[in-house]
Design a protein around this ligand. Structure first.
Ligand SMILES: [Zn+2]
Length: 206
């Protein structure tokens, strides 16, 4: 009996080790680069300055940042915690290339993934921004529309693979068979920044 218990606790330790190693950080070299940009150790003053994707004066918390360990391990993406129905504004102007707004379900189940309502906007340099988990039937734009930075595009929600209502925002470039994720800097009430997990950011008046 004693041996059995010891074995059981040994298994528990092994299980934990597997879990911890499974949560090891991404080896993507972008991860390190982003860290240095966030800390200001590397300076970047040429890339595009995005607006926070919500209304002026509003403040939201980043609950998952770039390459964080939960669902962004390999993603240069940001999750803004916000209740359903929050107005989502274009972080950068461009042309709408994708709108999905017919998804109704959301939660932490793989089968909900295909329900993730989203809008994708292509910018003039060929990069694209994606806005995910939007509320059912809330899109204010259509494919082909030209949108300005700060224009209302939809309402936030919890559709698709989502633990809580939030906006998942990411920028990438594809072409030549290459998929490249792009961490971006934002104008905030405290200056231009690369956003970090667990911090709150206020959008100041432009
Ligand atoms: Zn996310």
């Amino acid at each position: 009996m004693k041996l059995f218990l010891q074995k059981k606790s040994l298994y528990r330790v092994l299980f934990l080790l597997v879990v911890i190693s499974g949560c090891s950080v991404s080896k993507n070299p972008l991860r390190k680069q982003v860290k240095l940009l966030q800390k200001g150790i590397i300076k970047d003053d040429t890339s595009y300055v995005y607006s926070l994707p919500y209304e002026e004066g509003k403040t939201f918390r980043v609950i998952q940042g770039y390459f964080s360990r939960f669902t962004h391990k390999e993603r240069a993406a940001l999750d803004f915690n916000m209740k359903r129905g929050t107005k989502i504004l274009a972080a950068r102007g461009g042309v709408v290339v994708r709108v999905k707004e017919d998804g109704t379900l959301g939660g932490l189940k793989k089968k909900y993934r295909s329900h993730g309502n989203n809008i994708v906007i292509q910018h003039d340099d060929g990069s694209r921004a994606g806005y995910w988990h939007l509320q059912y039937n809330s899109a204010e734009v259509q494919v082909g529309d030209t949108v300005k930075q700060g224009q209302l595009i939809a309402l936030s929600g919890k559709t698709g693979y989502a633990f809580v209502p939030h906006l998942h925002f990411l920028v990438w470039r594809s072409g030549g068979g290459q998929w490249q994720q792009i961490p971006t800097r934002f104008q905030t009430s405290k200056g231009i920044k690369y956003l970090r997990s667990w911090k709150r950011y206020k959008r100041k008046a432009d």
